[in-house]
Write a new protein. Structure first.
Length: 79
C-alpha cells in the first residue's frame, strides 16, 4: 500500500514509486535498471494491479552476455 494510490488493487491502481526511495531497498537494488527508450527492442507490457504478484514471478529473463546462474550469483553478491 505504501507504493500504490489505493488498496483495491484493480485496473485503476497505479504504483507510486520514486527511484530515490526504491534504490535504498537492499533486496531491490539488483533489479533496478534504467534503459534508453530507443535501445529497448521488446515492448513494454501493461500489468494491472491484480496481476502484480503473478508478473513478478514469471520467468522472463533473456540474458545475452552471461548465463542466468551467473547473473543470479552477481545479484546475490549485491545484497
Amino acid at each position: 500500500v505504501d507504493f500504490s494510490n489505493d488498496t483495491d488493487f484493480d485496473e485503476q491502481t497505479r504504483l507510486i514509486v520514486e527511484y530515490q526511495t526504491v534504490k535504498k531497498i537492499r533486496l531491490v537494488k539488483p533489479t533496478i535498471h534504467k534503459y534508453l527508450a530507443g535501445q529497448v527492442k521488446s515492448q513494454f507490457r501493461r500489468i494491472d494491479a491484480d496481476e502484480f504478484m503473478i508478473a513478478t514471478l514469471l520467468p522472463v529473463q533473456r540474458f545475452k552476455k552471461a548465463s542466468a546462474n551467473e547473473v543470479w550469483k552477481d545479484s546475490r553478491g549485491m545484497v
